[in-house]
Write a protein that binds this ligand. Structure first.
Ligand code: ZN
Length: 392
């Protein structure tokens, strides 16, 4: 996943050793700020001299900064350090179904400004042009040092090469999106599936302590999962891991946008719920109206939503049974349906797996909401460029 070495090669060059040690220091500060130089030596196992040398370089590069003094344990009170939040800025993009959103993000995952552009049916080259327009709007005349651009998009994406293998909604096939954007802006670019990005956002910015293993299921117009195994995003042999929204359930012939029929997504996604609810309540034309009808207790709508929650819960049960991962988070627009919906998914998932696994598994809403893909794409970029972010 990462280009950064997680283990130092046996015959490392001087440069490799320094880069590796620099990441140890940066990661310690990213995970647990503020820290003194002595804390860093203790946490990284490096000597005090090496730590001072590395800290000096990182301050010079603007990546870390001093933030006052800590409590003395005898002698002089130590100077505390942290990652400089705006030492580098990142651009994160979420190429959604109805709009492309982007944000300028700092190294702590805080959004400094954001821009949304409606997709209005664009696909193919026109959708690529919209990506450029979005990045141009975000960059404006900002002279701050840019670490790079992280892009989350629906579909099967070769993250290592930055190639969108297949994205049905955007009509992209084998599109070299990463290299194209990199060439235009002259900064590093990473591209990931939107559900994979969502998993990285939950892992990186909002969970302490970080679980080693995690399933993040994004339910919006589509459904997909990001799977973290041993602190690393698991993408499968062909980058399609977690695309379980297109598991065909076999008992339904509703056509899916993937070209097949009866996929989980055609029955349990937000889009599917709006379509099904509209058939009984014509005024329900979007997510907001669906959520309002569900929460005010319109009987027909409640039945549609909770039936779908049970069906999704069974699929979540398969994931839990196959992977035995104890932390499952649900994210995306579906969060607006609240605890009643989540409770039904949870009951159904738990009832479909072995009792022992059901007891040990937590199924919750994620903590990162609207900007989960933007932040996840940024997290991937931080991991690639600085070795920051993911669990080890
Ligand atoms: Zn499908």
């Amino acid at each position: 996943m990462s280009d950064m070495p997680t283990v130092l090669p046996e015959r490392a060059t001087h440069q490799q050793t320094r880069t590796f040690n620099q990441q140890l220091v940066l990661r310690a500060l990213h995970d647990d700020s503020p820290l003194s130089r002595a804390d860093l030596a203790r946490l990284t196992g490096l000597t005090r001299t090496s730590v001072s040398d590395l800290v000096g370089r990182l301050i010079h590069e603007g990546l870390i900064e001093e933030v006052g003094r800590g409590r003395s344990s005898g002698g002089k009170s130590p100077i505390l350090l942290r990652v400089a939040p705006e030492g580098r800025l990142l651009i994160g993009l979420d190429l959604g179904d109805e709009q492309f959103s982007g944000a300028v993000v700092n190294l702590r995952g805080h959004i400094l400004r954001s821009v949304q552009l409606p997709l209005e049916g664009r696909d193919g080259d026109a959708a690529v042009e919209l990506v450029f327009k979005l990045v141009d709007a975000l960059r404006a005349d900002d002279p701050s040092p840019l670490l790079g651009i992280g892009i989350g998009a629906p579909g099967v994406i070769d993250t290592r090469a930055g190639i969108v293998r297949w994205s049905v909604n955007l009509d992209w096939a084998d599109l070299r999106l990463g290299p194209i954007v990199e060439e235009r802006y002259g900064v590093p670019v990473v591209v990931a599936n939107d559900s994979h990005a969502a998993a990285l956002a939950e892992l990186t910015f909002h969970r302490r302590p970080r679980p080693k293993n995690l399933i993040v299921i994004k339910v919006g117009r589509g459904i997909g999962a990001g799977i973290i195994v041993n602190g690393t995003l698991f993408q499968g042999d062909g980058y399609g891991a977690g695309e379980f929204g297109h598991v065909s359930l076999g008992h339904d012939q509703t056509p899916c946008r993937c070209g097949r029929a009866g996929c989980l997504e055609t029955r349990t996604s937000m889009r599917a719920l709006v379509d099904a609810a509209r058939a009984t309540e014509p005024a329900i034309t979007d997510d907001t109206r669906l959520v309002a009808a569900f929460t005010t207790g319109i009987a027909g709508v409640r039945r549609i939503v909770l039936d779908a929650a049970r069906e999704l819960g069974l699929a979540v049960g398969w994931l839990i049974s196959v992977l035995n991962i104890r932390h499952v988070l649900l994210v995306g627009p579906v969060v607006a349906l609240g605890e009643d919906w989540l409770g039904e998914v949870r009951r159904s998932a738990r009832s479909s797996v072995l009792g022992l696994m059901a007891r040990d598994t937590q199924i919750e809403f994620g903590q990162v909401h609207d900007d989960v893909v933007v932040l996840g794409a940024s997290a991937l970029l931080m991991e690639r460029q600085l070795g920051l972010g993911l669990a080890r």
